[in-house]
Unconditional design. Structure first.
Lengths: 152, 755
């Protein structure tokens, strides 16, 4: 099937199998490997991206469902080489160790602040509940999001 | 507590320097091993046994080979070298031959043009099995009542530890049997590798996520039947490890397929396959009896510890030794009779996971300490303080605890941390047990407080020389470091440059790719890399500094011993010479390689006596929990901890390890368990194997106890494992405190609380 998806501001096309997941479209068809796969059961959130401005787990969506849509991955956040404040905040606040959860966390975190620019710690935790991290115990991740909110 | 994140002007030792890979990781340009691709590559996949124990009657690959796009199908017959591999005993087949001994054991591997083709090929392989009754009860392995399921027998290791007076008794006697469930490391970045065959077909290059490149290379070479120097391994980005990458998983399969097809092979596991593709934490049963005086002083320990190693040895023997030698906990104990067994069963193989045998022992000894406290009318803190080990005290193995042993201080510092406020009358739904959507009733919620204290050995034990190698090059004021130390998220890439900056007075430090083009660094495990690879980097930098001082001294006609580094300058301590390192090193090229070896250790004798460990670290945890006694749900409110870190080379990074380790210990306490029925794994997915989320992670208040260890090259002890050890018994004790239930197993299930 043919799809047209805007990914990080660029029109992309593909003649793809209908069963192809959006995460595979991004990773394998486009070679944008920042978006990670951590499970087979939509449990981990490592694959979180933005589709039409909403954060979604890209392993739960078929690429064909995103046809005509607008996708942002973590690779598309920086503007003119300047990192998104959330990326900067994760980096500055040690919001990562192995970094495997990081692209998904950053995308989810941006959505949290979009909906609620001044969240409480608990609201941040609730917002990140669908994103697993095995390394950090989440403290510095939550801290990164709150620090970013404080700056905005 | 974030107070430790001090940023100094220069990112030297002691500063909370940021990760150099932080930028690439937040931007997604950091390549994990799963992100690596090659032109013309094929995909590899593994066929695994659906049975825990069966005879393989036949394997028919002919239909699979007919599928268009399938390039190769390999079985046991195709292994050119050694047919088995393993970290300690090579007892695990590359592919099962004749018999499968656990559910998930590899039987065949395919290479094809697409993962989907691989899946169809796997489905087309016909394996005929004669299914046997599996050996699942470790007691049957010990008693010998079950016929051997492996040529090496069903007992992996037995170790006795006997010391002091076997007949000593105490006025207080407490005993219990404890049980620990099988935990998964559940790193987030799934197993993945890319194997690229050499053009001449005689060697292979591999990019892989692992904990120990050189050990992988050794095992791959043996199975491939080619010399080690025909194999080059480069570390692919590692998405966490926690012990699960210490054993080989897909390395040999991918290399074999690459050599067979002459094309690059990419292999990566799904989450489900990952549960079958790596070892787990040993489930264990520990019976233990303490004799104590009326004052609560431990007089004797008797214990029988049974660790289920699953189908293959992996590191079971070493895990068992850790368990039996740590069963006294961080407490004085003069008399002991301990029997430990690591056994083979048809359950999934178990091996390394953060804490390595000490986690299980700690749950038992800490639960016992509370029993002694109750019997003697002491508080949990008091009973621990009375028995706390000090420098010079001995393990039950006869090994003295030397150097630094701030057990008492860890307990007191933890005790001084304020308790969290009580739950309000109408708490936020997210802060109560079960969280949002549950029906916890405020009236059924009870608070409890519990303690856990632990001792953990650092580095490898029992005569193992797990040295580390590093190279330092100084050129024009710029340092380049090279080592094979696997960065798995722990942060060695941050502290290695900090070491170089401190020793050499430079600011710019590069780290070369991590690969096998330099000597081994040993494994990223056993809390050992800061000590071992840190020692190697420090040693290499010091050698380079000597060369630099000689160079400067000869130019100025002074004794190099007069020179020292002050910030970024070289200064003459006896004169007025001051010259910047950048200037002094301009145009020169110094390169030195250093191997750091820890002090030798000994084996244990038949009575478990011997100085088998290198060094120890200590930690205390206090847990505060809210328990819904009606629903059996637990919310861990706060963990207070004080950890013996020697010296915090990067406080931010140390706190990160502490917070992450605590979350894993919490997982074992109340959430995480691989469930098995007759050797069948029931929950190999993240929907059924539950990991702590951001809402489950408690508030962590941490104190770093800094007493530099003179035996450690940088004064720093390893910090990776201690955080996840005594937090589990602390949480269990808090649940006991809240509910008065016995809580003799972890993870604690709702039924342990309600019925
Ligand atoms: S890969 Fe785990 S939720 Fe998408
Ligand atoms: S940093 Fe490793 S999973 Fe989050």
């Amino acid at each position: 099937m043919n799809v047209n998806i805007v990914v990080n501001g660029i029109n992309t096309k593909g003649d793809i199998e209908p069963r192809m997941l959006l995460v595979n479209y991004v990773r394998e068809h486009l070679g944008l490997t920042a978006t990670n796969i951590g499970c087979d059961t939509s449990s981990c959130g490592a694959c979180t991206i933005h589709l039409d401005g909403e954060s979604v787990k890209s392993c739960t969506i078929l690429a064909v469902q995103a046809d005509g849509g607008n996708v942002t991955t973590v690779e598309g956040l920086a503007i003119d080489g300047v990192m998104h404040p959330m990326q900067e905040s994760f980096m500055q606040n040690h919001g990562l160790q192995c970094g495997y959860c990081t692209p998904g966390m950053v995308m989810a975190a941006i959505s949290i602040l979009k909906e609620n620019p001044n969240p409480t710690e608990q609201e941040v935790r609730a917002g990140l509940e669908g994103n697993l991290c095995r390394c950090t115990g989440y403290h510095n991740i939550v801290h990164s999001v709150l620090a970013c909110a404080g700056k905005n | 507590m974030k107070s430790a994140s001090v940023r100094t002007r220069r990112e030297i030792l002691g500063a909370s320097a940021l990760r150099p890979d932080g930028g690439p990781k937040v931007q997604g340009s950091f390549a994990f091993s799963s992100d690596v691709w090659a032109d013309n590559m094929l995909w590899g996949a593994t066929l695994r046994s659906p049975h825990p124990y069966a005879r393989i009657i036949s394997v028919d690959i002919s239909e699979a080979l007919k599928i268009i796009g399938v390039e190769s199908v390999l079985t046991a017959e195709d292994v050119p070298g050694k047919l088995t591999y393993g970290l300690i005993d090579a007892d695990q087949p590359v592919f099962a031959s004749g018999v499968v001994r656990y559910m998930g054991e590899p039987v065949a591997a395919v290479a094809a043009d697409h993962p989907e083709t691989c899946r169809r090929a796997l489905a087309a392989i016909r394996v005929e099995y004669e299914v046997f009754e599996p050996l699942i009860n470790p007691e049957d392995s010990i008693s010998g009542s079950f016929p051997a399921i492996h040529p090496n027998g069903n007992l992996l290791r037995h170790q006795r530890v006997v010391c002091g007076d076997k007949d000593a008794t105490g006025q207080i006697v407490v005993e219990c049997e404890y049980e620990i469930g099988m935990q998964d490391q559940a790193f987030l970045g799934l197993e993945a590798a890319l194997a690229i065959p050499d053009q001449d077909g005689l060697g292979v290059e591999m990019i892989v996520a692992t904990q120990w490149l050189h050990e992988d290379r050794k095992q791959i070479a043996l199975c491939l039947g080619i010399p080690e120097n025909k194999i080059r391994l480069t570390l692919g980005g590692v998405g966490g490890a926690f012990g699960a990458r210490e054993d080989i998983s897909l390395q040999v399969h991918a290399s074999l397929l690459a050599l067979r097809t002459g094309r690059p092979i990419k292999m990566q596991y799904s989450r489900e396959e990952s549960f079958f593709g790596h070892v787990h934490r040993h489930p264990a049963k520990i019976w233990i009896r303490h004799h104590a005086s009326a004052e609560g002083m431990i007089i004797k320990i008797e214990a029988r510890m049974v660790f289920d190693g699953g189908a293959y040895a992996s590191t079971s023997g070493a895990v068992l030794i850790n368990a039996v030698t740590h069963i006294q906990g961080p407490y004085r104990c003069a008399n002991a009779v301990v029997d430990g067994f690591a056994v083979r069963t048809n359950n999934p193989p178990c091996g390394a996971m953060r804490g390595f045998g000490v986690v299980q022992a700690c749950f038992a000894h800490e639960s016992q300490m509370d029993k002694i406290a109750i019997a003697c009318g002491l508080s949990p803190v008091e009973v621990r303080l009375r028995n706390a080990m000090r420098i010079g005290d001995k393990l039950i193995t006869g090994q003295p605890v030397e150097s630094v042993a701030p057990v008492e201080r860890c307990i007191r510092e933890t005790d001084a941390i304020p308790l969290p406020p009580n739950m309000t009358l109408s708490p936020h739904e997210l802060s109560i047990p079960g969280g949002s959507g549950r029906t916890a009733d405020r009236q059924h919620i009870v608070r409890g407080v519990g303690w856990g204290v632990s001792i953990k050995n650092l580095m490898y034990s029992e005569t193992f020389d797990d040295f580390a190698t590093a190279r330092c090059r100084l050129q024009d004021g710029i340092v380049t470091l090279k080592f094979a130390t696997a960065e798995v998220g722990q942060g060695f890439v941050t502290i290695a440059p900090q070491i170089a900056r401190s020793v050499l007075g430079v600011d710019t430090v590069f780290v070369d790719p991590t690969d096998t083009l330099i000597g081994s660094a040993g494994s990223t495990s056993a809390s050992r890399q800061t000590w071992m690879s840190g020692g190697a980097v420090d040693g290499a930098c010091r050698l380079v500094r000597e060369r630099l001082f000689e160079h400067v001294a000869s130019q100025h006609n002074i004794d190099p011993l007069q020179l020292e580094i002050d910030d970024t300058d070289i200064v003459d301590t006896l004169g007025d010479l001051r010259i910047s390192v950048a200037q002094a090193s301009s145009g020169v090229f110094f390169e030195e390689t250093f191997e750091h070896h820890h002090r030798p250790t000994t084996d244990l004798d038949a009575n478990g006596q011997g100085n088998c460990h290198v060094a120890f670290a200590f930690v205390a945890h206090r847990a505060v929990v809210d328990v819904d006694t009606e629903l059996g749900l637990v919310k861990v409110v706060q963990i207070a901890t004080a950890q013996d870190v020697g010296r915090a080379l990067n406080p931010l990074s140390v706190l990160g390890q502490i917070e992450g380790g605590i979350a894993q210990g919490l997982g074992l306490a109340v959430m995480e368990e691989i469930l098995m029925v007759d050797g069948i794994v029931k929950n190999p997915s993240f929907t059924d194997y539950l990991l702590p989320t951001a809402l489950d992670a408690p508030d962590v208040v941490a104190v770093l106890v800094e007493e530099p260890d003179p035996q450690a090259p940088l004064g720093a002890k390893g910090v990776g494992e201690p955080p996840c050890i005594s937090v589990t018994p602390a949480i269990a004790a808090a649940i006991r405190d809240a509910t008065s239930r016995p809580i003799t197993r972890v993870p604690v299930r709702p039924s342990d609380i309600c019925f």
